[in-house]
Design a protein around this ligand. Structure first.
Ligand SMILES: *Cc1c(COP(=O)(O)O)cnc(C)c1O
Length: 376
């Protein structure tokens, strides 16, 4: 067996221990004579896995009792719609902070729902420059640049912009924005969930698609304050109401059982690998290696993102014209895959999620140094 060094942006690398455990338990889960995929979601064997995954999230993140932990489907993209569907009453407004392409998508869905409900969705701050194909984002705003309306129903931020490589909270000078008193802060943490500690109490609602940092695609984790859940609209379909899933412990309908099982395996690995402090140390070491290779060959590699906003999870950079395809193909020969930048922005992107080994990031950094020497 030879496994590659996987720098994909998502679906992304999973911890080997989580996959090996799944292989071990695949045909006969816990002595039941069947795989976890074949079990009823109402049975006690599945329910143990489901509840263990929730408990591990509560423990790792110190989730307070007044927040629900939910497993939903439809990807983070469905949350772009579900959030305004639940919280935008007629006449209400929602505010969005834009630092990249995912925040734009969230705003777009917010505007669609706002039109349906006679509400509004506004940009509270944006660091975007240019238009159309030239649109780019190279930084997160400083706290003073974000002014949410005091009447906003919520303030939406994207803690890490996966495509543009712009992150809040990696540098103390760019903390995740705070919302005015009484306004719930809503955060898309899809691509930096569980990379380091954060205070759940500061957030009304956090959501994260699993396929970046905590599992396979098909599961979305939502942490939501109970009073916010209870305040949501009741005149939308039940399946889109947070309360439906909160009231049923995420077992209202059939959940993605195998996906949640794998999330359980990943969370158990995070716990055994030193929890969030362990993840942070790993992630900072990996990012230091790759940014170090960029900074050591400044005339060859260009990272467009301002230093304080550089993402620890997704590192984007460009090479001199004509060399990016060669970089990707030579990296592949050296066992490194998933390095091509997003189709909308081009360039190179190295995603260094929790499961990516420190040794793999170091191997990439060595490869980069050698490639710059040979082609610079
Ligand atoms: C990947 C990603 C999404 C979209 O996730 P889907 O599961 O494909 O809907 C949304 N937001 C961020 C920050 C992402 O990285």
């Amino acid at each position: 067996m030879s496994r590659v060094m996987n720098f994909s942006a998502g679906p992304a690398a999973l911890p080997l221990a989580a996959l090996e455990r799944a292989r071990e338990e695949l045909l006969d889960f816990g002595g039941t004579g069947m795989s976890v995929m074949e079990q009823s979601h109402r049975g006690k064997d599945y329910e143990r896995v489901h509840d263990e995954a929730i408990l591990l999230l509560r423990k790792l993140l110190d989730v307070p009792a007044d927040h629900d932990v939910l497993f939903l489907q439809g990807g983070a993209s469905q949350q772009f719609a579900m959030i305004p569907l639940n919280f935008l009453d007629a006449g209400a407004r929602a505010d969005y902070v834009l630092t990249g392409a995912w925040g734009e998508k969230a705003l777009g869905e917010g505007q669609v729902v706002a039109r349906m409900f006679g509400a509004e969705a506004h940009v509270a701050a944006s660091t975007g420059t240019g238009d159309g194909k030239e649109k780019s984002y190279t930084r997160a705003p400083r706290p003073a640049e974000v002014t949410a309306d005091a009447r906003a129903r919520y303030l939406h931020v994207t803690s890490n912009e996966t495509i543009h490589g712009v992150q809040f909270g990696a540098d103390p000078a760019r903390p995740v924005p705070t919302a005015p008193a009484g306004i719930p802060l809503v955060c898309d943490m899809s691509s930096d969930f569980l990379w380091q500690r954060f205070d759940v109490r500061q957030y009304g609602l956090v959501y994260a698609g699993a396929q970046k940092n905590i599992g396979p695609s098909g599961v979305v984790v939502v942490l939501a304050r109970k009073d916010l859940v209870a305040s949501g609209r009741k005149d939308i379909p039940k399946i889109f109401q947070y309360r439906t899933h909160a009231d049923a412990n995420s077992l209202y309908n059939t959940p993605p059982t195998f996906g949640i099982y794998l999330v359980r395996n990943v969370l158990a690995w995070v716990d055994a690998a030193g929890g969030l402090d362990g993840m942070r140390a790993r992630n900072l070491a990996k990012a230091a290696a790759v940014y170090g290779a960029i900074d050591a060959a400044k005339s060859f590699y260009d990272c467009p993102v301002e230093r304080e906003s550089r993402s620890v999870m997704n590192i984007v950079f460009r090479l001199p014209p004509g060399l990016e395809d060669r970089f990707v193909s030579e990296a592949k020969k050296a066992g490194m895959v998933g390095l091509k930048g997003h189709r909308s922005v081009g360039g190179i992107r190295a995603s260094l999620y929790n499961a990516v080994e420190v040794a793999h990031a170091e191997a990439l950094a060595s490869f980069m140094k050698e490639f710059a020497r040979a082609n610079g």
